[in-house]
Write a protein that binds this ligand. Structure first.
Ligand SMILES: NC(=O)c1ccc[n+]([C@@H]2O[C@H](COP(=O)([O-])OP(=O)(O)OC[C@H]3O[C@@H](n4cnc5c(N)ncnc54)[C@H](O)[C@@H]3O)[C@@H](O)[C@H]2O)c1
Length: 279
């Protein structure tokens, strides 16, 4: 990697903004945000103005991803937008030889899509990075992949956090007063029913026994202490249990603190590849 890793950002919402601020503060090594793309122009412009204040080289706002990947000296694109954005833009980014860090990992669980983007990355020499996001333990699942017999992830959120998801449609007008199972099934099905909520299930499934075999339960609980993810795995190498009770970001309650930190750490490790702990 070059001395400075130049980043283009797709998605300037909760997570993208917090990530960009952290990069701006120098928390991701030599990374620098040089370009911003978001279909919501006011959000994009507000972030460009904030990051550009007092700097000689403010980030450039672009109208298309094609423009983003053509920015001179761009090294990597970070997606913090949506599964739809990944599906629409990943091939363009990777075919242009630019590596991509994907937060909306649910988009990647379709085997056909994964095949297409992997082929684009291999052909151009680009890499695809999927951070551990709002959970951990991904290293253990990846290492024991061949020995795993069962993986379950239970995601518990307040009902308000599930509103708008297709899988929550029948519950929108129901008053939920106690922990209630909203969905039980495979990760494959869960990511389309809860596209903004179960990217962690996608990441866990890709690291472990795959999206069809990974069992997902989504629970709505008005008294949930936050977004809680519990992962249980049974393998010939042992039984693993992980529980993550995520705090919202201190300055932006719409996003999980840990997911932002995981993205920063992945970017930092791309900038400083000489030290890797636990990978
Ligand atoms: N992997 C994880 O653990 C994890 C954790 C939290 C969030 N996420 C995912 O990260 C993504 C961003 O989360 P957020 O909280 O910042 O959401 P957000 O809604 O606050 O921001 C998303 C931004 O992306 C823009 N956008 C969406 N689709 C777009 C498209 N097709 N083209 C251009 N711009 C587009 C929106 O206008 C918005 O400004 C979501 O998909 C979310 O599910 C992943």
């Amino acid at each position: 990697m070059p001395d400075q890793v130049n980043v283009g950002l797709i998605g300037c919402g909760s997570m993208g903004s917090e990530l960009a601020r952290a990069v701006h503060r120098g928390e991701a090594g030599s990374a620098k945000i040089i370009g911003l793309f978001d279909e919501y122009q006011p959000g994009r412009s507000a972030l460009a103005k904030e990051l550009g204040a007092g700097t000689e080289a403010p980030p450039v706002e672009v109208e298309t991803v094609a423009e983003l990947v053509n920015l001179p000296e761009l090294d990597i694109v970070i997606e913090c937008a949506s599964q739809a954005a990944v599906i629409t833009h990943a091939e363009t980014v990777l075919s242009a030889g630019k590596s991509m860090l994907v937060m909306s990992s649910g988009a990647m669980i379709s085997p056909d899509f994964m095949k297409t983007v992997s082929a684009a990355a291999q052909a151009s020499g680009a890499s695809i990075y999927i951070p551990s996001g709002a959970v951990g333990g991904i290293d253990a699942l990846r290492a024991s992949k061949a020995l795993l017999e069962e993986v379950t992830i239970v995601t518990t959120k307040k009902p308000i956090s599930l509103t708008g998801a297709p899988g929550f449609a029948d519950w929108e007008d129901v008053e939920i007063t106690e922990p209630t199972v909203i969905y039980e099934g495979s990760a494959t099905e869960a990511v389309s029913l809860f596209p903004a909520n179960v990217n962690v299930a996608a990441t866990v499934s890709m690291a472990g026994i795959g999206p069809d075999a990974t069992k997902v339960r989504v629970v709505a609980d008005p008294n949930s202490p936050g977004n809680v993810h519990e992962i249980n795995a049974v393998s010939k190498a042992g039984k693993f249990s992980f529980r993550f009770e995520n705090m919202p970001h201190e300055t932006n309650p719409k996003t999980s603190f840990l997911a932002v930190l995981a993205a920063i750490e992945t970017l930092r490790s791309i900038c400083e590849p000489d030290l890797r702990i636990g990978t």
